[in-house]
Ligand binder design. Structure first.
Ligand code: SAM
Length: 268
């Protein structure tokens, strides 16, 4: 069933957009996203961590800059705490997502009228390491709140990384793997010809067998604070670790991502 078919007997239904805003530059926004923004009555935001104030400011700037057609409200949803007593990482996240789904369901019901339009504003693109879609699927599965939803894609951080370094992710006809710092740290030898790494708070690149790997690294991509470095991993490792720590200390938070690239095997 498509989402719009789930509640087809209901004439009026809450509509939700999940809008990818792009990862860090207000000009990454698409025309489709701007058109969606202009239909929204209520924006729901769920931000946390040290970057919270900056992320909120970014979203408010986007709304102020691009919304010309509607009066809108911004509703912040507080984040439930993850239960440290649950040992399994996957189970801990699932329990936490269920709590978020309950919370969102209640806030959607109380803040959105039957024929109102709401939106979640997602950093980058909703398809990459973002839980908004999973949460909405869980709310829909409960079956006690009628709504339809539509996803508007955005420019993700890994696209911004490639653009800023003027590289493509893949060699000709080659593969790309997208992974997290946590996974890379568990299996540092498991890089493929092109490996994109996100969510790396611990500099997992330190543990990767350098051989002749190259790294294309970027932090605060798209913003005025952007930092870019590229070169041989063996030569850049220490500099990157120091640079990252200094930038994090200066801003209070950091978002960085990188591509690890093996050299192309030359045909004889
Ligand atoms: C929770 S994920 C969200 C990813 C996002 N949905 C996207 O499409 O890029 C956050 C991670 O994305 C990466 N990231 C997001 N924005 C970034 C930026 N402006 N510069 C560098 N890395 C960024 C970092 O690896 C960060 O840890």
């Amino acid at each position: 069933l498509r989402p719009e078919e789930l509640f087809e007997d209901q004439k009026q239904m809450r509509k939700l957009f999940i809008i990818g805003l792009g990862a860090g530059n207000p000009e990454y926004i698409t025309v489709q996203a701007i058109n969606a923004l202009n239909q929204v009555d209520v924006f729901f935001v769920l931000d946390k961590g040290p970057a919270k104030a900056d992320l909120l400011r970014f979203r408010s700037e986007i709304c102020a800059r691009y919304i010309t057609d509607s009066a809108y409200r911004i509703v912040e949803i507080e984040d439930p705490v993850r239960d440290p007593a649950i040992a399994s990482y996957t189970e801990r996240v699932e329990v936490w997502h269920r709590a978020r789904a309950r919370l969102y369901r209640d806030r959607l019901a109380s803040e959105l009228g039957e024929d109102d339009c709401g939106a979640f504003l997602v950093w980058g693109d909703p398809a990459l390491y973002d839980s908004s879609l999973r949460i909405l699927e869980q709310i829909a599965a409960r079956g006690d709140l009628a709504f339809s939803y539509e996803v508007i894609p955005g420019i993700s951080s890994v696209q911004a990384l490639a653009a800023r370094h003027r590289i493509s992710w893949n060699h000709i006809g080659g593969s790309v793997k997208i992974t997290t710092g946590r996974k890379l740290a568990e299996q540092p030898e498991q890089t493929i010809e092109n490996t994109l790494v996100m969510l790396d708070g611990e500099c997992a690149f330190k543990h990767v067998p350098a051989q002749d790997l190259e790294i294309y690294w970027g932090a605060y991509l798209g913003s005025d604070a952007e930092i870019l470095r590229a070169g041989k991993l063996s030569e850049l490792r220490e500099e990157l670790e120091q640079l990252r720590a200094a930038a994090k200390a200066e801003h209070g938070w950091i978002m960085d991502t990188y591509l690890l690239r093996k050299p192309v095997a030359r045909e004889p």
